[in-house]
Design a protein around this ligand. Structure first.
Ligand code: ZN
Length: 479
């Protein structure tokens, strides 16, 4: 819907959709003495027209801009972004020419969305950057005091193009009204004629859910269960030790719960570890929680919301259900735990509308982009030369990208073994497996009996790694 109504993509449906991402990262030890000195601000982008399985590969995450954070502070975002804005303007007006079979084609491209954490999104969009007071939402006019009381989107004034224009005009005439509207001026990307700041900064499910709502709810539920003596955090840790993880899943193994979470400390771990713990929690806790316990109902509501929001396909009719779930979840959380809702919980109320607008939100999340930082951190630690480090990093990256893009297999499906492979005759496989393969409809034309197969313990098929003892959900949603 967003692209159907978009002022540029409506007229140029074949144009390349550029999904941008912004973040800051340290290339040296973030706890060391050089902290902040080598902090880098990065803009990456992917091309939305290619399929998701290719887009998730790091080679398809392109580098747009690297700048030392200290320079960004010194010169301001507007100056730093100027070359990027000029390029983007040219891409949408003149485009570029490619030659296929001796026929020239002009390809246009335009910025579609910018994904980032909420603080960066508010910095880029020039919204209020305080989340403890005043206007805390870039989607609506909610103020911090209201988010504990109202759980329905209809209650709030949505920031539409017109509403935002009005705010900008008011702020230009009277800068003191900025805090009143939570807007501090024009976004730098407004220089692009098709850019709309109220629509181009989608929510990021990684920061909002995996690093916001999920750890908050887990913290509340685990502490409540511990205090009510249904199950202690030590018992949860013991249960967690018994969970078997496949090799692929081992990096996601949750960090054991520390005692200090009972004293309002946060659950530690990466976003994937927190998500993994959240999905394991029903197996660890449910047998110990008496039926109908209100705090467990909050957990189940949250779990259902996460399943729907994280789904790669969402039906339109499920959005009405999602809306009700979110409302009930926020009401119940306040009822059971008091005023604990954070701005990230409030952003949930906009999700059904935003999913209708952008489609499933997961393809727009920051998760894959964050993996790209590691490449730059590795280069920086190996080259040991910090003179004009951003130039070194970008040159090295672009050279690698050129080499990767010279391959003819860039957008084809492929599989490669990640372990040694052993040839085995079909007849040596266990009887159950032989039957399962022969009965599988995908292989009706294959005569397995005279085949020699390759046995591997790990394989990558279209960027998805399969290893022994991994668990994959193949059919979800009951259809
Ligand atoms: Zn809002």
């Amino acid at each position: 819907m967003y692209f159907k109504d978009h002022s540029f993509f409506k007229d140029h449906p074949q144009a390349l959709r550029l999904h941008f991402y912004e973040d800051e990262f340290e290339i040296v030890n973030p706890l060391g003495a050089k902290r902040n000195k080598y902090k880098i601000c990065a803009f990456y982008y992917t091309i939305g027209n290619i399929s998701g399985k290719h887009r998730s590969k790091l080679s398809h995450i392109h580098l747009a801009l690297l700048v030392r954070h200290s320079h960004l502070k010194e010169c301001g975002l507007e100056t730093i972004l100027q070359p990027l804005i000029t390029d983007l303007k040219m891409l949408s007006t003149e485009g570029f020419t490619i030659c296929v079979d001796e026929v020239e084609h002009t390809v246009h491209a335009a910025l579609a969305t910018i994904s980032c954490d909420n603080l960066s999104a508010h910095m880029i969009g020039r919204f209020s950057m305080s989340f403890n007071t005043g206007r805390i939402c870039r989607f609506c006019m909610a103020s911090h005091s209201e988010i504990q009381q109202h759980f329905c989107e209809d209650h709030f004034v949505i920031r539409t193009t017109k509403v935002h224009e009005y705010h900008i005009n008011c702020v230009e005439n009277n800068p003191e009204s900025a805090a009143l509207y939570g807007v501090y001026g024009n976004c730098t990307f407004d220089a692009l004629p098709y850019f709309d700041v109220t629509q181009s900064l989608p929510p990021d499910v990684m920061h909002d859910l995996l690093e916001g709502v999920i750890p908050l709810v887990m913290n509340l539920v685990i502490c409540k269960a511990h205090r009510e003596k249904h199950i202690t955090i030590y018992e949860i840790n013991d249960e967690l030790k018994n969970v078997k993880f496949g090799r692929n899943d081992k990096p996601n193994r949750p960090v054991p719960l520390a005692e200090k979470i009972l004293r309002n400390s946060n659950i530690v771990g990466s976003a994937s570890q927190k998500w993994c713990l959240f999905r394991l929690l029903p197996f660890l806790m449910a047998p110990h929680v008496p039926p109908g316990t209100p705090y467990w109902h909050v957990f189940l509501l949250c779990s259902e919301i996460i399943d729907l929001v994280m789904a790669t396909n969402v039906r339109k009719d499920e959005l009405a259900h999602l809306n009700l779930l979110i409302q009930e979840f926020l009401e119940m959380t306040t009822e059971v735990f008091g005023n604990v809702l954070t701005p990230k919980c409030h952003y949930l109320i906009h999700y059904p509308r935003l999913i209708l607008m952008y489609g499933p939100l997961r393809p727009l999340w920051c998760m894959r982009y964050e993996s790209k930082h590691q490449y730059f951190k590795n280069i920086a630690s190996k080259c040991k030369n910090f003179v004009n480090i951003t130039a070194t990093l970008s040159n090295r990256h672009q050279m690698k990208q050129c080499w990767e893009f010279s391959s003819g297999r860039l957008l084809v499906d492929f599989e490669h073994s990640l372990s040694t492979s052993v040839s085995v005759p079909f007849s040596s496989l266990p009887g159950d497996l032989q039957n399962a393969l022969e009965m599988n409809k995908s292989f009706t034309d294959v005569h397995f009996q005279d085949k020699v197969l390759q046995r591997v313990s790990a394989i990558s098929v279209s960027s998805v790694k399969y290893e022994l003892e991994d668990v994959f959900l193949c059919y979800g949603g009951g259809e």
